[in-house]
Design a protein around this ligand. Structure first.
Ligand code: PMP
Length: 431
């Protein structure tokens, strides 16, 4: 396969005509394909339907300790849900708060409370400071960045490297600037690149000196059990690493069963040091009398132990692995060797991250949209929606059918070629 940059001006013009023709063919089909958000497919959701039968009106709705779960109470979760999540996150039950249905909600509220009251150990509520900054390894999760924007927290882009964020830059910034109060991390099968942080990165984050004594790591372990292979990426335990480094209060761990059972009807959880948990529990008890304990019961009955979760996740993988493979194979056949794009092969998670040539992503996404293929907005994976290189595209393969995916990726590949050829031809004309 020849790289486009090796083609003559005439060959490029010919290639453009040919690809334009193919693109027009797809456009005339009036497609309506959506690869914009990482949602489980209906077949995946079917896997959890039996969970709804674990709680019946004729059955007992008591927790193991006898508490009647139909009533108020249980601010930080029912004991067996705490125990299950403690095992999953490899922490102590005392370090767990089981929340409502959304980990994003827990993250938002954690920041909101920090702005209004500070975190455990803060001298000043963050919102009373003239400026609050967060480090944002990017590309990253757009909804994390949206929370920062909402609270006027200044975001600093940190490059993602192959084994996690650029630690040299992080260590330097955090050591020097006490307005940096936090960092967003999706440490396993990151959204969107599928990168898992190495042990060294975990240790450096846990141990680095921070000028802000109330600096926090927002450790969003959304994809901790979402493997696509039978050799899961290992991830070092961040709470344990923080304790070992003498910074036990540095991390807030978040997770949920959204993409294990039902998004929107799952169970969210937070883990942190006993001091952090005590501080937050007190504030939570003003906000609510307690979360949905019956949903927690459904989950612990459906997943009596970690083996059940692992088996369930294997069933998810059996459905979505062929979709990831379809995307990756298509990218390879259509774009391999052309040096127009690079992409990562994730070992888990929900996304494939693709980089076009610099300056092309926005145009590619618009062109795909014109042909009826919706992708995540250009720039969404960067703070303020601004990709400094305009090159990152997040592909979410789980929801569409295999057939839809094939077509959508064919269109995407044509768009990438078309935009790249136009860019190269414009460069030739300009030179
Ligand atoms: N964190 C990450 C990294 C995610 O990708 C998602 C879902 N797209 C969430 C959090 C949302 O989780 P929840 O449904 O628990 O709010």
């Amino acid at each position: 396969m020849r790289a486009l940059s090796d083609l003559s001006a005439n060959e490029l013009a010919e290639a453009e005509l040919n690809i334009q023709e193919q693109y027009d063919g797809y456009k005339n089909r009036k497609l309506k394909l959506d690869m914009s958000r990482g949602k489980p497919s209906p077949e995946q959701l079917d896997l959890s339907m039996p969970m709804l039968d674990t709680v019946q009106s004729s059955g007992l709705l008591n927790a193991a300790d006898g508490t009647d779960l139909r009533n108020y109470g249980g601010i930080d979760g029912i004991p067996e849900a705490k125990a299950l999540f403690a095992r999953l996150l490899e922490v102590d039950s005392k370090e767990i708060i089981v929340g409502g249905n959304s980990s994003l909600n827990l993250m938002h509220d954690t920041i909101a409370r920090a702005m209004i009251h500070g975190v455990y150990g803060s001298e000043t509520p963050w919102g009373k400071l003239t400026v609050v900054k967060f480090l944002c390894p990017s590309p990253g999760y757009d909804r994390h960045f949206a929370i920062c924007e909402l609270f006027n927290i200044e975001m600093i882009v940190i490059d993602m490297l192959d084994d996690g964020p650029d630690m040299d830059t992080i260590e330097r910034l955090v050591r020097e600037d006490d307005s940096i109060k936090g960092i967003w991390c999706v440490p396993k099968y990151s959204n969107p690149e599928g990168i898992t942080y190495s042990d060294e990165i975990v240790d450096r984050l846990a141990a680095m000196p921070a000028k802000a004594a109330d600096f926090r790591i927002f450790w969003d372990d959304a994809y901790m059990v979402h493997h696509l292979t039978d050799r899961p990426d290992p991830l070092k335990n961040m709470l344990a690493a923080c304790k070992a480094a003498g910074n036990a209060d540095r991390v807030f761990v978040f997770a949920s069963t959204s993409k294990i059972t039902f998004p929107g009807s799952g169970v969210a959880v937070m883990a942190a040091s006993v001091a952090n948990v005590g501080y937050i529990r007190k504030q939570l008890s003003i906000q609510t009398i307690g979360p949905d304990k019956i949903n927690q019961l459904r989950h612990v009955r459906f997943f009596p132990d970690l083996e059940q979760i692992a088996a369930h996740m294997n069933r998810h993988a059996a459905i979505i692995k062929p979709k990831f493979d379809t995307v990756l194979n298509k990218l390879e056949t259509e774009l391999g060797g052309k040096q127009l794009a690079s992409w990562k092969k994730p070992g888990g998670g929900y996304f494939i991250s693709l980089n076009t040539l610099d300056g092309c992503a926005q145009a590619v996404i618009s062109l795909a949209a014109e042909a009826g293929v919706t992708l995540t907005q250009a720039g969404a994976t960067y703070p303020y929606g601004k990709d400094p290189n305009d090159r990152n595209i997040r592909i979410a393969p789980t929801f569409p059918s295999l057939e839809e995916l094939e077509t959508a990726i064919e269109v995407l590949c044509l768009c990438i070629q078309l935009v790249s050829i136009r860019k190269l031809r414009a460069e030739i004309t300009a030179s």
